[in-house]
Ligand binder design. Structure first.
Ligand SMILES: N[C@@H](CCC[C@H](N)C(=O)O)C(=O)O
Length: 271
């Protein structure tokens, strides 16, 4: 089948065009496609399917996706499903434009967290309206070399955003963070962040279902939200190992702006 490969600040994805929803994509297929030695390699999969072709009923949280033409079926590299992917939506939007499946500079993408409006900026960046960001209290995570305290944040998917006040480069993120299972029954993405200047954060992330990645859009939003006093608006530039994104927070929620690129297309016999 045809595939494409794309990334947003080096959070990379295998893109599978499946407009009519006929592809029976198993967890094993996803793991093989994302394998960096035996497969194509990626932090996750973006299946590009017409919303009306979805065989499964949309969850109540995804109802607004019903009005969209294209749905991003996101899978983590371990084969699991995730509700949202901030870098993924930008790459998905870039693919729709690249493949001629949309023509406008502003359109909506369906996700398990509902419809997300994307805007193509004059410089080529893509901005995603991420919607509501919820602060859910505090929790902690045991990492390989330290225990970190943070804020539980929902950006559609679960996060623990931890301010560490020292350079993030020194943190050992090689092992799965140990989380409070009551706070995170479905696991979570864990961010460590540090304010390095006015309005500028540096961040690293251990993604649920993928391990440490070079960037995570929802994680960037979670860190920006955790760094902002509740009820206030703010703009943050967030530096990650794979680049930089900007987050705009206001009373309506968050917008995430950053690059997105398609870097290859081809045929695969792995699915
Ligand atoms: N890389 C993504 C997030 C992907 C899903 C995440 N690993 C989860 O399981 O929630 C992003 O850019 O937001």
């Amino acid at each position: 089948m045809r595939f494409a490969k794309g990334h947003g600040t080096e959070n990379d994805f295998v893109i599978l065009p499946d407009p009519d929803g006929g592809l029976g994509l198993t967890e094993a297929d996803v793991r093989l496609l994302c394998d960096r030695r035996a497969g194509i390699g990626g932090d996750g999969i973006l299946r590009v399917v017409r919303t009306r072709a979805l065989g499964e009923a949309l969850a109540p949280s995804a109802r607004t996706a019903e009005r969209t033409e294209w749905f991003m079926d996101y899978r983590n590299a371990d084969g699991g499903v995730a509700e949202m992917c901030g870098n993924g939506v930008r790459v998905f939007a870039r693919y729709l434009l690249h493949a001629g499946l949309v023509g406008a500079d502003r359109f909506e993408v369906g996700t398990r967290d509902g419809a997300k409006e994307v805007t193509v900026e004059a410089d080529g960046d893509i901005t995603v309206d991420m919607g509501r960001v919820e602060r859910l209290g505090s929790s902690s995570a045991k990492l390989a070399d330290r225990t970190v305290d943070g804020v539980r944040i929902s950006v559609g998917n679960p996060h623990l955003a931890c301010e560490i006040s020292v350079p993030v480069a020194g943190v050992d993120l090689r092992t799965l963070p140990v989380l409070d299972p009551e706070a995170f029954p479905a696991g979570a993405n864990v961010e460590v962040y540090n304010e390095v200047g006015p309005g500028v954060l540096e961040m690293r992330v251990y993604e649920r279902g993928a391990g440490e990645t070079r960037s995570c859009g929802t994680g960037i939003v979670a860190a920006a939200a955790a760094a902002t006093p509740p009820g206030e608006g703010a703009t943050w530039r967030v530096r990650v190992p794979g680049g930089e994104c900007t987050v705009f927070l206001d009373a309506d929620g968050a917008r995430l702006r950053g690059p997105a690129a398609i870097v290859a297309e081809g045929e695969t016999s792995l699915v």
